[in-house]
Design a protein around this ligand. Structure first.
Ligand code: TRP
Length: 333
């Protein structure tokens, strides 16, 4: 059989923070789906990470379900990949303790996300917020992935996971694989539709600034029609035309056409035509995901079947790595 060549392993997680946007989709999730064909993939809903900021229990619960349902709706296949919920595999928290005791206060203090988030939530600078990257290191290292796809904002956390792994291996012997960041060929950085200098974010008060993966067709097209552009003309990628450049990025990420193909396609066309075209391709791309999601979210027992099976599969791998680490440190197991 030709299946003897082992596939490289990939791991990534996503927080259950409610509405996912077109930015999340084009920047990360669309790539997860493509990676599933080439790699042995493990994807999780990072629910433990979510409570580093205050959450309302009922809302958190529903967001965990909806994020998991969305992973399936995107086309991630539980037969091919391991799809689970982080808190269902206790080894994440357990390994996190071992790693915490091998991580320095100084290293964690340098994390820019901690600095940003503690400024933003000054009334709740909890210890979990501080040690968040250690839990993330545990998420990663338990599964020995070769690659971890992460956005720019998580790169520093991946680097610290590598440092922690290297240090642990040096002190106790070889346990962890040192993961590489995975920079997708087509990963797009999607900017706000209202202020193209800012990243598209669901926390933007102006809902016209972002498109949710689950927005309906009319809403999507309306938001693109209202997208802010300069007063010039010409569908051309350029630093002076950030609004149009953002729309070109989106169009080419969705259709797979290159920037120059896109520029050629819309040569001589006005901004209005182009905005409508972008809205339409985005709406077409997201429609089947929304339909599948709507089906799945009402079928809690099916979701549960998948996430229990996913957790079983994940835990088999996680337990092995965790016990090896425990043993190396000197615990009686
Ligand atoms: N911290 C990541 C984020 O907020 C989510 C995450 C948790 C993650 N554990 C991970 C990403 C492990 C990659 C690998 O986006």
């Amino acid at each position: 059989m030709c299946e003897t060549i082992e596939k490289k392993k990939v791991l990534s997680c996503i927080q259950p923070s409610g509405m996912l946007t077109l930015g999340n989709y084009l920047g990360a999730l669309k790539n997860w789906k493509m990676m599933q064909e080439e790699f042995d993939c493990t994807f999780a809903v990072a629910d433990l990470h979510a409570i580093t900021v205050r959450q309302e229990p009922a809302k958190l619960r529903s967001q965990i379900y909806s994020t998991y349902a969305l992973m399936l709706a995107l086309g991630l296949n539980p037969e091919k990949s391991t799809l689970f919920i982080q808190s269902h595999v206790p080894e994440h928290s357990q390994l996190s303790w071992l790693l915490s005791c091998n991580t320095q206060f100084g290293e964690m203090s340098r994390m820019t996300q901690f600095k940003d988030k503690s400024a933003k939530h000054a009334d709740n600078v909890n210890v979990g917020l501080f040690s968040y990257p250690v839990l993330m290191a545990a998420d990663i290292l338990l599964y020995k992935p070769d690659f971890v796809p992460v956005g720019a904002d998580q790169k520093q956390h991946l680097e610290i996971a590598r440092d922690i792994a290297e240090r642990f291996n040096r002190l106790y012997g070889d346990v962890f694989t040192i993961p590489e960041p995975y920079i997708p060929k087509t990963g797009a950085r999607v900017m706000s539709l209202q202020d193209p200098e800012k990243k598209m974010s669901k926390s933007d008060d102006n809902t016209n600034a972002w498109v949710a993966i689950l927005d309906d067709r009319d809403t999507i097209i309306r938001k693109f029609k209202r997208a802010v552009t300069d007063s010039g003309s010409g569908v051309i990628m350029s630093d002076e035309k950030q609004g149009i450049s953002n729309l070109i990025t989106i169009y080419s990420a969705v259709t797979g056409k290159s920037v120059s193909e896109t520029e050629k396609e819309f040569d001589g066309k006005g901004y209005g035509d182009f905005k409508l075209a972008v809205g339409e391709v985005v709406a077409d791309e997201l429609a089947p995901i929304r339909e599948k999601y709507n089906e799945l979210i009402t079928d809690k027992s099916l979701l549960e079947k998948y996430f229990r099976e996913g957790a079983d599969k994940a835990e088999k791998v996680a337990r092995k790595t965790y016990f090896k680490a425990m043993k190396k440190v000197g615990f009686v197991i």
